[in-house]
Design a protein. Structure first.
Length: 514
């Protein structure tokens, strides 16, 4: 069965055939060139109608390509019959052969055009030489057959060439061609067009998504009929209709269906008649809520970094003054303990400020080829001096016999390993085992930190690397965020596996240096 969109050439041919023959043979019968030939065109015309009806039935039974071949062969026979009974040998009916050859070549290309030209030449030869009374001699008839055959093949070849070129260009155009609606439907901005009466004539998919409207709520409706939750946008459209202005970007606030607020940035353009009356308006807009949020976060980050510096400066002064007092004054034991506490807490606050500043503006790593043994050994030594470490925590190391090399900044890598190890120590709460090992996977080398702590809840796994997130409520939640940022700087990643009640495994994957 032929699909509707693929059979248009066949359908047009089916419609055109009876029309052309009706005009041609109907005119022949009306003029009545002679009483002896009035009936033959009538029966040929009926035969063409019958063939057309048959072809229409065949459209549902056979493929388009095969049906086209059936039609061109049938039309050659039909034209031959018309030419045979249509009058003397020099009657113009044979010109219909050219019409059949042309459409055969356009639809069936060069091969089809040449085959139909061959059939037309054969039938034309039979008409002139077999059973047709003529006043011309054989040499004249041969001359006509020769030149008509030549023209049949010439027309078939040229039409076939044009048909193939059209097919190729049509294929290329269909591959790269996009309609205006397809382009508008797939742009990232929302677009609404309105006519001079304020009725919506077009609303693309992105506009419906941003405004959370369906096609039924927009197409053909006046903009005043849109929901009140986008009232500010409606007010701007109304103001633009009252006083069209040069396109200028503005922002309004609308509400989503769930009640949340959205910030919309938009521009409007007017199309005017010569009388300055509005012909139509287009509204282009985007959801800039996330952009505004990001801008506010960036501003807050700059403010926080500035505030951190302001805290750091007097903190250094306090620490320095405390050290001087401790060296120059004789103080009692309790006072000395308080001064040591000031120094210790000052150092702790200063470290936290340094962590925060690193997260706000990470320094570029200084890469060099190195093994993973030394940073692992240094981290194990540092961890043993951490307040959360106890002798009931056992640290086991397995780095393998073959040294693993990476391109890394050793100081930053130690900070990553230290932050993850401290996280593991805190999770074990004074008792357990931390296994640190080197693993390989294709062109990546990893350092695995596996603890026997309390594990991480599944719904918390997506949050542990977020700044200021602390699952146990201890600390300010910058350790893992800083670790992830540093590893990303090294073109690596951190993989986390955890089971509640049994422990967690953090694997720091880095590209292996060859």
């Amino acid at each position: 069965m032929i699909k509707e969109e693929s059979r248009s050439p066949v359908v047009w041919l089916l419609i055109a055939r009876p029309i052309i023959l009706s005009v041609l043979l109907g005119g022949e019968m009306m003029l009545g060139r002679s009483q002896g030939v009035l009936q033959a065109p009538f029966f040929i015309l009926l035969a063409s109608y019958g063939l057309t009806a048959l072809y229409f039935l065949l459209t549902r039974l056979i493929a388009e390509h095969r049906l086209m071949w059936v039609q061109v062969v049938g039309d050659v026979a039909l034209v031959s019959a018309i030419t045979r009974v249509g009058g003397p040998s020099d009657a113009p009916y044979y010109l219909l052969y050219f019409l059949v050859i042309i459409y055969a070549a356009l639809f069936l290309f060069t091969r089809g055009g040449l085959i139909v030209a061959s059939l037309a030449s054969f039938f034309y030869f039979l008409i002139l030489f077999v059973g047709t009374p003529t006043e011309h001699d054989l040499s004249y008839l041969a001359y006509r057959v020769y030149f008509h055959t030549l023209f049949f093949f010439l027309v078939g070849a040229i039409s076939g060439f044009l048909g193939e070129r059209l097919k190729r260009y049509g294929t290329e155009f269909s591959e790269i061609g996009l309609t205006t609606e397809e382009i508008l439907e797939n742009i990232l901005a929302g677009m609404i067009s309105l006519n001079g009466n304020g009725r919506i004539t077009y609303c693309n998919r992105r506009a419906e998504e941003i405004l959370e409207l369906s096609a039924d709520e927009t197409r053909g409706k006046r903009f005043e009929e849109l929901p009140d939750r986008i009232q500010q946008l409606k007010d701007e459209i109304a103001a633009h209709f009252r006083k069209p202005a040069i396109a200028k970007r503005k922002e309004v606030e609308i509400h989503a269906k769930d009640g949340s607020k959205k910030q919309i940035g938009f521009t409007m353009n007017s199309f005017l008649y010569s009388t300055r009356k509005v012909k139509g308006v287009t509204v282009n807009f985007q959801d800039v809520t996330e952009t505004k949020y990001t801008e506010r976060l960036a501003l807050l980050g700059e403010l926080s970094a500035s505030l951190a510096h302001e805290i750091r400066n007097p903190l250094g002064s306090i620490r320095g003054a405390t050290e001087v007092l401790g060296e120059t004054l004789r103080v009692e034991k309790d006072t000395k303990r308080l001064m040591d506490l000031i120094l210790r807490e000052s150092d702790r606050v200063n470290r936290k400020i340094e962590e925060f500043l690193f997260l706000a503006k990470p320094r570029e790593p200084i890469l060099r080829k190195m093994t993973l043994r030394r940073p692992i050994d240094q981290v194990i030594s540092l961890v043993k001096y951490h307040p959360g470490y106890s002798r009931r925590i056992r640290i086991r190391k397995s780095v393998g016999k073959k040294a693993a090399f990476v391109e890394a900044d050793e100081e930053l890598l130690i900070q990553v390993f230290h932050n993850i190890s401290i996280n593991a120590i805190n999770a074990m709460e004074g008792r357990g085992e931390l296994r640190i090992s080197v693993v390989h996977d294709d062109d990546m080398v990893g350092v695995s930190f596996e603890d026997t702590g309390k594990g991480i809840e599944p719904d918390e796994l997506d949050s542990i690397f977020k700044p200021f997130y602390s699952g146990d409520g201890k600390g300010i939640g910058l350790g893992l965020a800083i670790a992830e940022e540093i590893v990303k700087q090294h073109q690596g990643r951190i993989e986390v596996l955890s089971q509640v009640g049994k422990g967690s495994k953090f694997i720091v994957w880095l590209p292996e240096a060859k």
